[in-house]
Design a protein around this ligand. Structure first.
Ligand code: 4AD
Ligand code: MG
Length: 462
């Protein structure tokens, strides 16, 4: 079907020409002489106005054109007299693809709450807000590939089904084909996983990092970009059970290289969105977050503060601020602590490094003090932790010791340890939560509103 996308109508070079547009009707209004239809086809936040002269079209013909219906219009693109739009289509021919019963179509009026729209997640992409968010999300995904490809990183696809727990948090979704109502049992009464599909317990991955390290120690620099799964029961505006993560991993890289890469990367993505999605970002700014554009530019214009966890904790302890969760050396920082450092104290993004080993994953490189590891978390205004990463422990002996201390079953880890047995190298990497980046760039406040079909505890609709 030949059509012109609405986005292209605003370029100016099609003025005076015959065009064919197709899309979904946002509104229809008018009088006995003329009717105006605002049409959107998802190619831009802007609607194009279609003008129906009632000398050419009958009332009867136009009646089915209600909010949500889908139409095709052939007409002439002309400059618009009305304010608020530059061009409009003078309709010559109309075809209705599908009607949308006004009694039943849920997206009637403007200004539905985001909560209401979450219940209508199958239709919410048709709203201005979700159209904008999803276009920004798509642009950011492209920017991510562009950034890494331009720098010689290879895109590595890591498995979604895995038998190892990368983050060691145990928050994994089990994958099984066993009949849960009739489980095969061993003599001691435990489940006999040798009868399961893979012959052992498996789960959906929480991170592609471990396999990413295998790629990095062969190809030099890789990145993953795919879905990851966490069965934590955290009902917060920043957690999903299924989210997308980008994980670069680089050989011959230390923690400083890693911080530089993270900062360049995030700034590149934000700049790409500002350069390519300004209409959508401005719409979101106007409706949800007046300071959005300034905040994005502010991040681009400022160097991230870099300081150690220990110094960060000292600042928090000495702040006199009353936190809900207590803060002391050794405590895992909560979002309120992270945001205090970023929003109140430094008023800039912060990279916190050298966390106590007890609160970080087993694979992080131990510092000389024997107490802290070369971890780095990037903390952002409004978001808290947006990136988590580290330099990796490259010493076989130290890594093996840590695995033993943490009681991680060695038999599941032999292949990972082989990277340290054969040609081990210093290396580092990090993970960016894609939805947290989209949250930041769109100014939305709930992570459920930046992924088309969110998965959260008790919610797997659509
Ligand atoms: O800090 P995390 O757990 O780090 C890792 O998984 C490492 N393996 C990454 C690496 O070094 N390659 O997760 C990384 C990021 C977090 O900073 C956060 O942005 C995001 O993933 N994230 C979540 N996003 C949405 N919902 C959740 N439940 C998330 N958990 C982590
Ligand atoms: Mg983390």
């Amino acid at each position: 079907m030949k059509r012109t996308k609405i986005n292209d109508l605003f370029r100016g070079d099609l003025l005076g020409q015959e065009v064919t547009v197709m899309g979904w009707v946002r509104t229809r209004r008018g009088n006995k002489h003329v009717q105006f239809v605002a049409l959107n086809d998802g190619s831009t936040i802007k609607n194009v106005q279609i003008v129906f002269d009632l000398q050419d079209f009958s009332d009867e013909e136009l009646k089915p054109i209600t909010t949500g219906s889908s139409i095709k219009v052939d007409g002439i693109l002309v400059e618009s007299m009305g304010k608020g739009q530059s061009v409009e289509v003078q309709a010559k021919k109309l075809e209705i693809f599908g009607t949308a019963d006004p009694e039943q179509y849920p997206l009637q009026k403007k200004g539905h709450t985001l909560e209401f729209l979450r219940e209508k997640a199958h239709l919410r992409p048709r709203t201005n807000t979700f159209g904008a968010v999803l276009r920004v999300r798509s642009a950011l995904a492209f920017a991510i590939h562009k950034f890494f490809q331009e720098r010689g990183f290879y895109y590595l696809n890591t498995p979604l089904i895995t038998a190892s727990d990368c983050e060691g948090a145990g928050a994994m979704f089990q994958v099984t084909t066993l009949n849960l109502n009739n489980l095969p049992k061993k003599e001691d009464g435990s489940v006999d996983y040798s009868a399961d599909f893979f012959g052992k317990p498996t789960a959906l991955t929480v991170s592609g990092q471990l396999e990413g390290e295998l790629g990095a120690t062969a190809l030099g620099a890789i990145y993953t970009f795919g879905p990851t799964f966490r069965a934590e029961n955290s009902n917060t505006p920043r957690h999903l059970s299924e989210f997308w993560m980008i994980e670069p991993e680089v050989a011959f890289f230390d923690i400083t290289d890693n911080m530089d890469l993270a900062e360049d990367f995030i700034k590149y993505c934000i700049k790409y969105a500002l350069d390519n999605c300004i209409d959508d970002i401005e719409f979101l700014a106007e409706h949800y977050d007046k300071e959005l554009v300034d905040r994005l530019k502010f991040v681009l214009d400022n160097e991230f503060v870099r300081l150690s966890y220990s110094d960060g904790v000292k600042i928090l302890e000495e702040s006199g601020h009353k936190f809900e969760f207590p803060v002391y050396w050794g405590a895992d920082l909560q979002s309120e602590h992270e945001r205090f450092l970023v929003e109140e104290h430094f008023k800039k993004p912060v990279i916190l490094t050298d966390y106590p080993k007890e609160i970080k994953a087993f694979y992080m490189k131990l510092n000389e003090d024997g107490k802290t590891v070369r971890a780095m978390d990037v903390l952002f205004p409004k978001i808290g932790e947006i990136i988590g990463g580290s330099e990796r422990e490259e010493s076989y002996d130290k890594l093996q010791k840590r695995i033993e201390e943490l009681d991680i079953p060695m038999k599941d880890m032999w292949w990972y340890l082989d990277t340290r047995r054969f040609g081990t190298v210093p290396h580092a990497g990090f993970g960016l939560g894609f939805e947290r980046l989209v949250l930041f760039v769109t100014g939305m406040t709930n992570i459920r509103d930046v992924i088309p079909f969110p998965r959260t505890p008790n919610n797997a609709e659509f």
